[in-house]
Design a protein around this ligand. Structure first.
Ligand code: HEM
Length: 429
């Protein structure tokens, strides 16, 4: 496909004409706050037509579309692309990757069912228990390395390191490859957005090819010497061919890393901005799992997804959609829908229905790593604030300039003194 690379000029033109969805997509969240534009979208109605696609920030409607099998994910690239450019994009086939078939994220049943089943089956209770132990030991190691009394960039030194270690465990990567992994994540995460600058797109493609070669060698190694990791069990099960295995590995890498790093850093920013909420967590630590739901709700690490009508005549909200018509679903907007969440912009770690957010999507593509991400979030955030009770911001955090993935590239902090009590007994299951 490669649609991401192409319609930037069109998107810019629509944004200049005031199209809210185009403005939201083209404005890097690094330089602005997406929420006023999301509220603008909501003010236009439950379902609104923009120059690019239909869009909704309505909780009930987004959830309905996500759970309706008349809507799918395949061929979301059917946005208007000039034909010569489309032909150019089609002439340059790409290696297996998270955003193209056969990645389960972008295929519909029955292929989706076939691709997702073995991966879901590989996340066994035993595999999850191993990962829980790893999350606990990695957070402890990282916290021990942070310079007590000094300063640090929490994204680099902590928030990114926890998910990297866990995904490496899932994929059986040697520790020596972790820096590569960070580099690929950085290069490829913009691929979820449309209207990318050409240079960003080309850089992502280059990284994708390097990663493909790495995965070829790695999967061959796992065939010879399988480990205890989840990718080894997928290789052993033999249900997916090499192309499918590589698409799945790269999806797990992107979906598991680029999102959870944002959950942890968004969480730190929210908690530092709301000291009374942090104090409440110290008094009532059993609220930590709910606090993580509230962080996921109020500042969603994945802000949007989209669905496409799979046939002509799909009726919704009195409109008859034709095959290929696309609706952009603002998950972040749905999470702040006042019809669903009382006083939705208030950060409340004890909010009774925080868990009703759509941050992990819904329906057949609902996040496969949701319980793992929740566990990582609770461990990483609680042990950080337990170990460094006087943690403070030191300057402005910087947002990553992305539309779909929403988090920080830099989060400077003063750590304060290290508390002596061990961060054990976190009560995370
Ligand atoms: C805070 C962290 C995370 C967030 C916010 C998140 C969010 C999402 C969302 C929104 C989707 C579905 C997109 C759609 O419906 O179009 C998704 C799918 C997926 N996620 Fe996550 N995710 C997170 C962590 C993880 C982790 C840790 C893993 C695995 C290690 C993971 C693996 C997957 C996979 C494999 C899919 C594809 C499922 C399918 O298409 O059937 N995610 N995630």
């Amino acid at each position: 496909m490669s649609a991401q690379a192409v319609p930037r000029f069109a998107m810019k033109a629509f944004a200049r004409r005031g199209d809210t969805l185009a403005r939201l997509m083209i404005t890097p969240s690094g330089s602005s706050d997406p929420y006023p534009l999301i509220e603008d979208l909501r003010a236009r109605g439950r379902l609104t037509m923009s120059s690019i696609a239909w869009a909704s920030a309505d909780h009930e409607l987004c959830r309905t579309i996500l759970r309706d099998n008349r809507w799918g994910v395949h061929a979301i690239e059917s946005f208007e692309i000039p034909h010569p450019l489309r032909r150019f994009a089609q002439r340059t086939p790409l290696p297996p990757n998270p955003v193209e078939p056969p990645s389960m994220l972008v295929i519909d049943p029955p292929d989706h069912t076939r691709m997702r089943r073995p991966v879901a089956a590989a996340f066994t209770p035993r595999a999850i228990a191993r990962l829980r132990e790893r999350v606990a030991s990695v957070t402890e190691e990282l916290l021990a390395e942070l310079p007590a009394g000094g300063s640090a960039d929490l994204v680099t030194a902590y928030a990114s390191q926890v998910p990297i270690a866990i995904i490496s465990e899932i994929l059986g990567f040697p520790r020596s490859s972790l820096p590569l992994f960070l580099e690929w994540g950085d290069a490829m995460s913009p691929l979820l957005d449309m209207g990318l600058p050409w240079r960003t797109y080309r850089h992502a493609m280059k990284s994708m090819r390097v990663m493909d070669g790495y995965l070829d060698d790695h999967i061959a190694r796992l065939r010879r010497e399988p480990g205890e990791d989840i990718l080894s069990s997928l290789v052993r099960a033999g249900e997916l061919d090499d192309r499918e295995l590589k698409a799945t590995a790269s999806l797990l890498m992107g979906a598991g890393f680029e999102t959870t790093v944002n959950l942890i850093s968004n969480g730190v920013v929210q908690l530092l901005a709301h000291p009374a909420q942090l104090a409440r967590l110290r008094e009532e630590p059993e609220l930590w799992p709910n606090a993580v739901e509230e962080i996921l709700r109020i500042d969603a690490p994945v802000q949007t997804t989209a669905r496409v009508a799979l046939s002509d005549g799909v009726e919704l909200e009195g409109i008859s959609f034709r095959k290929g018509h696309t609706v952009v679903l603002s998950l972040a907007g749905a999470n702040r829908d006042p019809k669903m969440f009382e006083d939705p912009t208030r950060f409340d770690v004890a909010r009774p229905n925080a868990k009703d957010h759509l941050t992990f999507s819904s329906g057949i593509h609902v996040c496969l790593g949701a319980s793992l991400a929740r566990m990582e979030g609770v461990y990483a955030l609680r042990s950080l604030f337990d170990r460094f009770p006087n943690l403070q911001r030191a300057g402005r955090p910087e947002r990553r300039p992305l539309f779909t993935l929403h988090g920080y590239s830099r989060l400077p902090v003063l750590l304060g003194e290290r508390a002596t009590q061990p961060a054990e007994g976190l009560g995370v299951s």
